[in-house]
Design a protein around this ligand. Structure first.
Ligand code: GAR
Length: 190
């Protein structure tokens, strides 16, 4: 089994999808730790329910990003983590983490990158009146939602869609696509 860490800041539906697949033995991984940068994020309860350890931190308690990332790296090393999956971790990864896990940090993003990077990809697709958007899984580099693309899936936007309905369609795809890409990665197919 490959030891993975999931990083999340919010509701954690992708964390849950990955952790459930791993717990059920359908993904050759063990989720060793959830890393969370927000005190009240619902994802923490999901981890607790599954008995997955949580490393929770408050960025404002640290002078700089390198300080909390050094602590994260220590936690990950202790847990013998080999792969990081960002799942709604709303923060740029800095050089400390990137160096420690070079080529082994993935992210999922709710658009067809390079379109609509950032925190509001779903709303921006609606506002832009595009007919298709989608989901991207990519390797993380120092940029915001940049880095080599591993996989993408298209979602059509209907005239009746709003941000909420589109988000729902996108997340359904995410919950299937992310565990599948992680599986390919750990099996050496990527
Ligand atoms: C996901 O849709 C993910 O693609 C997006 O945040 C959501 C987190 O949902 N990520 C980004 O926008 C990254 N720029 P979740 O907490 O329910 O998994």
């Amino acid at each position: 089994l490959t030891n993975i860490a999931v990083f999340a800041s919010g509701s954690g539906s992708n964390f849950d999808a990955i952790a459930q697949e791993a717990t059920a033995g359908r993904l050759p991984c063990q989720v060793k730790v959830l890393v969370c940068d927000r005190e009240n994020a619902p994802v923490k309860e999901k981890a607790e329910a599954l008995g997955i350890p949580v490393f929770s931190f408050r960025p404002r308690d640290y002078e700089q990003k390198a300080d909390f990332e050094a602590e994260i790296v220590q936690v990950l090393k202790e847990a013998e983590v080999d792969l990081i999956a960002l799942a709604g971790y709303m923060r740029l990864v800095g050089p400390t983490l990137l160096k420690a896990y070079e080529g082994r940090i993935m992210n999922i993003h709710p658009s067809l990158l390079p379109a609509f990077p950032g925190k509001h990809a779903v709303e921006q697709a609606i506002e832009a009146n595009v007919k298709v958007t989608g989901v991207t899984v990519h390797l993380v580099d120092e940029g915001m939602d940049t880095g080599p693309i591993i996989e993408q899936e298209v979602v059509r936007i209907q005239a009746t869609d709003d941000a909420q309905s589109l988000q729902k369609k996108i997340q359904q795809i995410e919950h299937r696509l992310y565990p599948a890409v992680i599986q390919q990665f750990v099996e050496g197919e990527i």
